[in-house]
Design a protein around this ligand. Structure first.
Ligand code: GLN
Length: 483
């Protein structure tokens, strides 16, 4: 039963082959048995899950239907869940029980999903390896000595290990697409503003976006359907109608213009990944797509710009964690300043502290123009490159990551080495564009992802292309040994 996708679960429930309660019990037992190897969950919500599963079964018995009604999922632990710990992977929020549900959580609950738990993540979503979590590193089910990617590494490892069919995640600079690539999943970062950020603990507000992690594009379509839509509580949420994503999966790819940026294939890309990307291009050509070489000339400036803007926004967002209102508070503070200093010093881990310092520096008087303002100008150039490219092509294709998942600890002493691994993903966040990663093969037994980018609000196009690709390839069906 644990092998079923969301689409198969919906059919099984509709055909009364099993109940949501039965399925939920199977998955909870599987998590208890296998997760100690992976560390993909921070909290399990067994009671809530069984309650929601029973309620979904009653709704189905009363004639209701819906692709998510009774579907077990988990939420990345930065989506606020009322009365349930929402830690953001940090000691700072280890004692924090959210007073309300994030919009994503309440929308999915209303659609009938069953929350199995909250998944592990890099502290405050800062990282590409899921090693900065206060709750310990997450392991990659494809090789337990390797990282699962980050920051949504818990969601990715759990779905890849068949502990559950799909999970929510967030992507500020690649945290849905990169762990999807590292664990053989399909992950979609929607257009900025497509999914509400209300109740999603902020890292870098102008870049953060929630989205689905699942094994197939079809399942991403189902989960995104439940997450997307206008939310008056989020001032950056966009009031655009949400299309029927599942209905759009079967469009023909005949004549689809795919742009392949020449800058993507420079030094730094593992040649074995380059070969797999070429194979995926050939596969899409067989389906009727037309390939065009394009250029994104400002791509080389994206990492430095991102690693100024994201920490700058983080330093501002994280100033609310001061030991006064909620979160960790130090013992016996001598005075107010001591309270701030020690609460933050004890509550935040090294990577978070590094980013706060970099961000505060970049925003300080005298440096603002040289760093923050300059980075914002580069951001516009990156966006303009995409706008020019999308005049000529429908989709942009390339690798999701330059290398497969690295060994645990391999980049711990050199944070910049990890930052450089984000080269293909962060441009979509700087521009606010939707992006998807899907399985494209293996290197040394580790999964490799191919990334597709589309114009604003063309999530449906990404899902359509990925679904057609998956109907003709079987990479996404491969299961890690032992799971
Ligand atoms: N790796 C990037 C960072 O550390 C992106 C993280 C994310 O998307 N949340 O900032």
């Amino acid at each position: 039963m644990h092998q079923l996708t969301l689409a198969e679960i919906a059919r099984g429930l509709a055909d009364k082959k099993f109940s949501s309660e039965e399925l939920t019990k199977v998955l909870l037992a599987r998590i208890t048995q296998l997760d100690p190897q992976l560390n993909s969950f921070i909290s399990l919500t067994e009671e809530l899950a069984l309650e929601q599963a029973k309620a979904a079964d009653v709704r189905r018995a009363n004639g209701e239907s819906g692709a998510l009604l009774g579907a077990p999922i988990a939420h990345k632990d930065l989506f606020c869940t009322q009365g349930i710990r929402t830690s953001c992977g940090s000691k700072m929020l280890d004692n924090f029980k959210a007073p309300y549900d994030a919009t994503v959580v309440s929308k999915l609950a209303a659609a009938g999903t069953v929350t199995l738990g909250k998944t592990n993540m890099d502290e405050f979503a800062m990282g590409s390896a899921n090693e900065s979590s206060w709750y310990g590193a997450v392991k990659n089910p494809w090789n337990l000595e390797h990282v699962p990617g980050g920051s949504s590494g818990g969601s990715a490892a759990a779905v890849a290990a068949r502990l559950l069919p799909a999970a929510t995640a967030t992507d500020t600079g690649g945290s849905i697409r990169q762990p999807a690539a590292f664990t053989n999943l399909t992950g979609l970062k929607p257009t900025y503003g497509r999914v509400s950020r209300w109740g999603m603990i902020a890292y870098a507000s102008s870049l953060d976006q929630g989205g689905p992690l699942a094994r197939t594009a079809e399942d991403c379509a189902i989960l995104l359907q439940g997450m997307a839509g206008f939310d008056p509580n989020d001032s950056t949420s966009i009031d655009e109608p949400v299309p029927d994503y599942a209905a759009g999966l079967n469009g023909s790819l005949q004549g689809l213009r795919i742009g392949v940026p020449k800058e993507y294939f420079g030094a730094g890309l593992d040649p074995r990944i380059a070969d797999l990307i070429q194979n995926s291009i050939k596969e899409l050509q067989k389906l009727g797509a037309v390939i065009k070489e394009i250029s994104l000339p400002n791509m080389q400036h994206a990492i430095p710009a991102y690693y100024v803007i994201a920490p700058a926004e983080a330093s501002s967002n994280l100033s609310r964690f001061d030991g006064v209102r909620f979160g960790h508070r130090c013992e016996d503070p001598k005075n107010l300043e001591d309270l701030y200093k020690r609460s933050r010093g004890e509550g935040f881990g090294a990577e978070v502290q590094r980013r706060i310092m970099v961000g505060a520096y970049a925003l300080s008087a005298g440096y603002y123009d040289a760093y923050y303002l300059k980075a914002q100008k580069i951001r516009r150039l990156v966006k303009n490159d995409f706008m020019t490219a999308f005049n000529e092509v429908d989709i942009i294709l390339g690798p999701t990551t330059p290398n497969p998942a690295w060994k645990l600890g391999a980049k711990n002493s050199d944070p910049v080495a990890a930052y450089l691994e984000d080269v293909y993903t962060i441009t979509a966040n700087l521009a606010g564009l939707p992006g998807l990663s899907m399985p494209a093969g293996f290197v040394d037994g580790l999964p490799v992802g191919v990334q597709l980018l589309a114009p604003y609000f063309q999530e449906g196009r990404l899902l359509n292309v990925a679904h057609q690709y998956q109907l003709n390839t079987d990479w996404h069906t491969r299961t890690p040994t032992g799971f």
